[in-house]
Ligand binder design. Sequence first.
Ligand code: FAS
Ligand code: PHB
Length: 394
Amino acid sequence: MKRTQVAVIGAGPAGLMLSHLLAARGIDTVILERRSRDYVESRIRAGVLEHHSAAALRAAGVGARMDRQGMEHTSIDLAFSGAHHRIELARLTGKKIMVYGQHEVVKDLIAQRLADAGEILFEADVSGIEGLDSDRPIIRYTHDGRNQTLTCDFVAGCDGYHGVSRASVPAGQIVTHARSYPYAWLGVLAEAAPTSDELVYARHDNGFALYSMRSPEVTRLYLQCRPDEDPDAWSDRALWDELHRRLETGDGWTINEGPILQKNIAPMRSFVAEPMRYRRLLLAGDAAHIVPPTGAKGMNLALADVQVLAPALARWFDSADETGLDAYSDTCLKRIWKVQRFSVWMTRMLHAQPDADGFEQRLQQAELDSVAASDSAARHLAENYVGLPLEVPE
Ligand code: FAS
Ligand code: PHB
């Protein structure tokens, strides 16, 4: 039977970064990823790296292409009541964000792992995990058309919200907290040069819209839509018309149109699993928590989790000291709930709430007016947006 120290399920930002951080500490891992390398490297998802995430990628030696091709932003815009309201992140916090697609981060981490002779098995689908109560868990997976097993000391469940790892924990050992939303995001990737230096979060009576970008040639846009929306029911013309409508602010700014490369629905949910550990299984990233994408936090939380998990695992392998692993879940959850709160606040403030009465609508308008009119309210948004301090125990 194949064996490793830490079996990592999932080659997303959490799994790849964890494997890279553990390798730097001399700890052996095998990453099992159900999809192909092409698939994970072309899956368009998050677009914003917090200050800490960009710094962590640099410190881990995988930030060079990000610094060459990424776009550092010092502000974001809120668009509402016919005007743009700039939130000056750098002036308010001394920190910036990096606009650099998640798929680019995944490419950089895969390239580095393979250059370092790290083991990533693509199209390896994990079907079950046994022996989590023992000191030798066994992972069952299919690869190359054969049923295979991998024994390990620890399992890192980095397999996302729908993964197998959280489902492998015996009933009653993990408590989950969840919220659903009466809307989703219709994501559009367009070959159109961005016309704004900043991201634009627009509150419109028809619904929320977000203007983002991936490069000087590619724009990334989102429209609030119904959760059951069919992206193919939207013609390109209808999409552009609605994007113009919701992003229009009367100050002459307009968006470029171009060939639409991708259209997809991103579901909206809040979810937290507690604790993030069951014996020899540690959960990280979307396997443990989901936040609404309005705060641009999903990928950043995944990277933050594994910056806490890597030293905790290293301490166990170095001296069988379990204190880091015992503290892992509480350390992460404290920050996760603050990020969940911020993401829910941004979502409620910017989305048209289908069941909102006149009172709720006026509260929402007052929230936006307060953020735009007060440096301290804007600073609160900015501090959360650039990234809350990260306690990384050594
Ligand atoms: P990931 O989901 O990235 O990776 C999990 C990996 O595990 C996947 O590659 C999967 O194939 C693999 N896996 C699952 N089950 C397996 C099994 N049984 N065997 C082997 N492998 C298995 N966040 C933002 O901040 N901004 C956004 O705009 C945004 N948009 C999103 C749009 C969509 C459609 C989705 C689904 C998410 C979006 N997110 C966004 C959140 C996203 O960026 C996640 O937070 C981020 O991918 C989390 O990284 P991981 O935890 O590594 O999980
Ligand atoms: C993106 O560029 O995909 C993006 C940016 C900010 C968000 C969500 C998504 O809040």
